[in-house]
Design a protein around this ligand. Sequence first.
Ligand code: WTA
Length: 657
Amino acid sequence: MGAKAGSDIQATAKRPIPPGFENAHVTPQIYAERYAASIRDPETFWAEEGKRLDWIKPYTKVKNTTFEYGKVSIRWYEDGVLNVAANCIDRHLEKRGDQVAIIWEPDDPNAPERRITYRELADKVARMANVLKAHGVAKGDRVVLYLPMIPEAAFAMLACARIGAIHSVVFGGFSPDALANRINDCDAKLVITADTAPRGGRRTPLKSNTDAALLHCDDKVKCLVVKHTGDQTTWIEGRDFDLLAEMEAASPDCPPEPMNAEDPLFILYTSGSTGKPKGVVHTSGGYLVYASMTHQLTFDYRDGDIFWCTADVGWVTGHSYIVYGPLANGATTLMFEGVPTWPDPGRFWAVCEKYKVNQFYTAPTAIRALMGQGSEWVEKYDLSSLRVLGTVGEPINPEAWAWYDKHVGKGRCPIVDTWWQTETGGHMITSLPGAIEAKPGSATLPFFGVKPVVLDPQSGAVIEGNGVEGVLAIADSWPGQMRTVWGDHQRFQDTYFQQYKGYYFTGDGCRRDEDGYYWITGRVDDVINVSGHRMGTAEIESALVAHEKVAEAAVVGYPHPVKGQGIYAYVTLMAGVEPSDELRKELVKWVRQEIGPIASPDLIQFAPGLPKTRSGKIMRRILRKIAENDYGSLGDTSTLADPAVVDDLIANRMNKG
Ligand code: WTA
């Protein structure tokens, strides 16, 4: 395996596929043949895959897409009519009405779990859909969900889908301000929330956060509340309604609304390189085809398997691999309300043992956190049911991979490292249990229909061949692709199709090794990845400068042993304000209030000045290097307006953490 001389693009050894996967859905031969077919003739390939769904009116057109800047348009199965909820529920009833669709494991290990069969799911979803209708929600209306990890979150998503309303789930860790911005951006008619959300023994006050958010929203926005913990909340008559009580009283009959394949299914806000989060829009037909197919093939899902994705439904991973993918496939999906380390670091494995989980899908940050607690927490449990392990959200470092493989998978479970994005709807580059041999740290090879290209970051030219490095783009559309930014198609085009004409630009850097395997090297834009959560540095900066004592702020990522990246903030204070540890704490608290706990800066360095070009642009490259403790390669600083600023920044770099 000849690594290029002087290059670090080595072809690391492949890990053979463990025994027992000879009859996997995808074998090496099937992968080779069908991948080639999917690229040669996408129309035929996706026409066939579309049949995995039930269509009210079958499609006659399959693919109608262009990445041409100025004319970007993405349409799949565009004359087909279907209902997503009917595909996730109704069509399974005859064969598996009594099969468990959702297992719910509560935060408190001593509290009772819930098992919801497909028949019960049908009942709950129809009732909730009727409650929504009674509150005036109609096809095309937006509904914001701000919920704990409880089955009602899945019911609510499916209830919206059933009546053609567009849901937008907001992660429970976001602040009232962040919630208000999202409600307003999509002009939601209604918010569904719960009293409080237990996590790791603590409770997030979702309802009072919602109350605070709604102060900044139209008076007409209604609030349906799930009384989950029974905690006391304020109640505004005429605006707040008891959702579970109304479901009891509602009819269990609600015919699914026929939806065009290209009608929006959901909006999910995600951070980009500019301040305001983007409303990523996914539509009905293509998204569900893609979520269902990737769930089945990437995890080698079989009828009867118990599938567990540990993500929160507030992120795309929860949408595609807790709710839509598994339920479209008639799977049993596990939903966990808690956290990996509470009441102790054996919780994940206790849950795997309790329900005999077959596929387990989590984030590298969780693996690293648990690895740090010692393997004895894993060894206590019987994990023999596990067959496939997965990771998502960030590159997995080889040490964490090896630990996951040895202690959790016992060397007999393939690990699928799935690279994808909120924008892509489902897995894009990933190994497959029976077909693609893993290499620790590499997402390996493209999924069916996905055409990755490595581009030269400066010229935008395609870099052919193996043993190369550049930025990652995708050359053609796939059914799970986002269609637009809610309310701003221009921003969609500008973000993804402007810089490299003719391609979807992912924002990630990558290398392709001598075996053609892809290694994601991280974001090349101003997005950072903290504990597998995507954060826009611009968003944190605008929160910081909104504080009265802050004149200017620049935020970058730095390597963090557990989180992957930590948040490093350089802050210039208003004249006359003295830096102090108290002020540091005040600013952290402030950012938590403005955005949410996930955006808390790990390190704040007070800086009298930031490195700027003569035209006033902050040179983030330099700030990144200082945060990374990598002073040797600061690069060209001659364009700085005041080079002395850099010496001061280096002298005062924060070193803890
Ligand atoms: C990163 C999460 C390396 C990447 C599904 C991407 C990864 C961003 C991987 C999307 C992986 C996700 N290996 N990096 N397996 N998976 N990423 O939108 O930088 O929250 O662009 O979607 O996470 O984050 P998002």
